[in-house]
Every structure is written in C-alpha cells, then in structure tokens.
Write a protein that binds this ligand. Structure first.
Ligand SMILES: NC(=O)c1ccc[n+]([C@@H]2O[C@H](COP(=O)([O-])OP(=O)(O)OC[C@H]3O[C@@H](n4cnc5c(N)ncnc54)[C@H](O)[C@@H]3O)[C@@H](O)[C@H]2O)c1
Length: 250
C-alpha cells in the first residue's frame, strides 16, 4: 500500500525516546521528512541521525512541549527548514508511579502539563500551520491507563491520558471540516525506557494478563501511528486505536 507519506513533513515530539525513535525510523523509511524534537537535545539529534540514514532530510531540536512560546517558534523553524508540518505526532510524555495518598499537587501539575497541556499546545500550533493548507494529520499517544485507570501508573498519569483521548475528539470535531484528521492510540505496556525501570514482577504480571502473552514493542506502536497519519487511514477520524495485545477490549 502506498501510504502517501513521501515528501511529507512529520514532527515528532519527545522523539528521542523509545516509541518516538521507531516512529522517526518508520516515517523516514516511507520517505517523509522528519523533525525530531525532545526536551533532551542529544536524544533528538541521535534519532534524527537514524532517520537521516534513510536518505531523507531531517531536523533535530530541543523542545519542551509545555512552553507555548517555544512551540510556536519551533513550528516556524521546521517550516523554514523542511516545509510546513503535514503530520504531528504528540508523543512526548512522562510517567509516574505513586500511590494516591502520596501524590502531591506538584506531581499532579507536572504530569498534566507535559502529557495533556503539551498535546493541547502542540496541536494548536500545528493546526495554525495546517488549517490554511486544508490538510494534515495529528496522532497523539494516550494510553491503556487512560481507559482503565492507573494500575501501576499513578492517578495523574492515567488522568492525563484520559484527557488526551477526550482532547482528540474535540480536536477532531474542530479540525475535520478543514480536512485535517486527528486520532490517538492507546498502547498497553510497551518495552521502552519508560517501562524498563518497572519492577520485574509488575511487568511479568502484565504479560501474563495479556491474551497475546507478552508486552508490546515500540515498533508495534509506531506502525499503527504511521498508518493513522497516512492516506491509508483517510476516513479514520476522532478514533482511539488500542495497541495492547488484547489485555483490554473496548
Ligand atoms: N511505554 C509504554 O508502555 C507506554 C504505554 C502507553 C503510552 N505511552 C506513551 O508513549 C509516549 C512515548 O513514551 P515511551 O514509552 O517511548 O517513553 P520514553 O520515555 O522513551 O519517551 C518519552 C520521551 O518524551 C520526552 N519528554 C519528556 N518530557 C518532555 C517535554 N516536556 N517536552 C518534550 N519531550 C519530553 C523524553 O525526553 C523522552 O525522550 C509517551 O507519551 C508515553 O506516555 C507509553
């Protein structure tokens, strides 16, 4: 299937991490020009290099998705370097595991800022670029925790991801009439730097409860994201796609 991504400009936030890296790699394989940003600039540079090895132009930058001024400037920089953004992948996120009793207001604000407010800030900035061109696609990474509540994840993390699922629907209602599609994915437990510090018994228990009998790989999430961003998903809009090995069937 021709996904129609050749020459498209794809911006991936938090692109220096596990799922972001595989997204950058797969979009580049499809011939997309890839802008990798991350709060860790060295990680963004390293992932942009992986994408560049597929012969496409790339851009790497430090970007904190919670800073609306930096985010607005970032989209202008990408436009002047690679062209106007066609695809935004809202991938940046932070995780926290803490009991409800111990969760502080500062914990709450930090996770909500990155995981939910960051998606709002970046999506709003992307839509300002996409709307005049009447095309584009946004894919955000929510989570199984946003559907079922925190298991190992703290309440702030689960709530932030539930917010991403809801925000996806509002964005889709707003952007659809401009020809811009908006969707999100709900990964289960995926083997990335985010989950590698989890206690082995928690990981083993999650794998046991999963009908496919294992945790997910980042490329298994990235492939769905690339498809949702592409012309192959031209009538998929406002959707959340579960990528969880069957541990939760919605
Ligand atoms: N790994 C999983 O099991 C899993 C499950 C469901 C959802 N997710 C979500 O997938 C996304 C990617 O996670 P991952 O598993 O690849 O983890 P990861 O930790 O490898 O990647 C997350 C990246 O986000 C970056 N980041 C953190 N704060 C940022 C900020 N303020 N601005 C910009 N970048 C920032 C980090 O530096 C990191 O590179 C996250 O949104 C995460 O919540 C992961």
């Amino acid at each position: 299937m021709n996904l129609g991504l050749r020459g498209k400009v794809v911006a991936i936030t938090g692109g220096g991490g596990g799922i972001g890296r595989d997204c950058a790699d797969l979009f580049a394989r499809e011939g997309a020009l890839v802008a990798v940003s991350d709060v860790r600039s060295d990680a963004a540079e390293a992932v942009a290099l992986i994408a560049r090895n597929h012969g496409v132009s790339t851009h790497a930058a430090r970007l904190d998705v919670t800073d609306p001024v930096d985010v607005a400037a970032y989209f202008q920089t990408v436009e002047s370097t690679l062209g106007p953004v066609d695809v935004l992948v809202n991938n940046a996120g932070i995780f926290q595991s803490r009991s409800l009793d111990e969760l502080t207001v500062a914990d709450w604000d930090r996770v909500m800022d990155v995981n939910l407010k960051g998606v709002f800030i970046c999506s709003q900035a992307a839509l300002r670029v996409m709307r005049p061109r009447r095309r584009g696609s946004i894919v955000s990474i929510a989570s199984l925790a946003g559907q079922v509540g925190g298991i190992h994840a703290a309440a702030n993390y689960a709530t932030s991801k539930a917010g991403v699922i809801s925000l996806t629907k509002s964005l889709a209602k707003h952007a659809g009439p401009f020809g811009i599609r908006v969707n999100c994915v709900n990964p289960g437990v995926i083997d990335t730097p985010m989950t590698q510090p989890w206690p082995p018994d928690v990981l083993a228990s999650m794998a046991r409860q999963t009908p496919l009998g294992r945790l997910g790989r980042p490329d298994e999430v990235a492939r769905v994201i690339v498809f949702l961003a592409s012309d192959g998903a031209s009538f998929v809009h406002g959707a959340h796609v579960d990528i969880n090995g069957g541990v939760h069937m919605d």
